[in-house]
Design a protein around this ligand. Structure first.
Ligand SMILES: [Zn+2]
Length: 257
């Protein structure tokens, strides 16, 4: 087996283990609970889960999604988040090797996955993901020296200000809080990773996806809360992968007709 393939597999396994921890964060941070203790327990019988029943993806498959002791169902969300995080870490290592760019991308996508899940389940974006992620994004820029650090800081400021202005306008127009504080802090984090041009593209894509996907659903379900963090996460992920291409295309074809 080639060394690159082995590296990608190893990072994929590490990612699945991080995904296992991410599940705990997704469940506990919106409830202000510690992610360190107590250990994970079965919600049915309270039995703490042994390490061999807590292996990412495999344990869920072996137990067929049920507690070993009482048979209470374990949500499909757990293996899916572990699988997704494993794929994120494995694919980025495969694409970029063992580099800072790969690590930064893997951390960014893991944060976006966490935000998507908490916003979908609880309509909350925990500060641990947004503010904690902002700190990580700035730390990742440090080895690049002044231009890269400035890029991250300006991006964070742009994300914060743009969403704050959109939120303030929305409150004026609709007479209710259109944009949660969580979305504003989240976009400061996104800006630290993708820069101010990436912020503009993320918000544009997020609004587009939100309109295309959420408006039809909300008309059917009559839901009023908008988990906008989900669409901003999709926009930010697209920006990370295709942003430079999309921005160059925009510059060449739209600004210079
Ligand atoms: Zn049980």
């Amino acid at each position: 087996m080639r060394i690159e393939t082995l590296t990608a597999l190893g990072m994929g396994v590490l990612g699945a283990m991080i995904g296992s921890f991410l599940n705990v964060c997704i469940y506990r941070w919106p409830r202000d609970e510690s992610v360190v203790r107590p250990r994970s327990r079965c919600p049915g019988c309270g039995q703490s889960i042994a390490w061999y029943d807590n292996l990412p993806v495999f344990s869920w498959l072996l137990l067929r999604g049920r507690c070993r002791r009482c048979g209470t169902g374990i949500s499909l969300q757990y293996p899916l988040v572990e699988l997704a995080t494993g794929l994120i870490w494995g694919l980025l290592a495969w694409r970029h090797g063992l580099t800072l760019a790969a690590l930064m991308g893997a951390v960014f996508f893991t944060l976006l996955l966490g935000i998507t899940m908490t916003d979908a389940r609880d309509y909350i974006i925990p500060d641990e993901f947004s503010i904690g992620g902002l700190v990580l994004g700035i730390l990742f820029s440090l080895p690049g020296g002044f231009p890269v650090i400035a890029h991250a800081l300006i991006g964070a400021a742009a994300g914060f200000c743009l969403l704050w202005v959109v939120g303030a306008l929305g409150t004026r127009i609709f007479k209710e809080d259109a944009m949660g504080g969580g979305d504003i802090k989240m976009m400061a984090m996104v800006g630290a990773f993708v820069g101010w041009q990436g912020v503009l593209l993320t918000v544009f894509l997020g609004a587009l996806l939100g309109t295309l996907i959420f408006v039809p659903i909300s008309v059917l379900n009559r839901k009023r809360l908008v988990p906008f963090g989900i669409f901003l996460s999709m926009g930010a992920a697209t920006t990370w992968v295709a942003g430079p291409t999309l921005i160059a295309w925009y510059r060449d074809f739209v600004l210079r007709p």
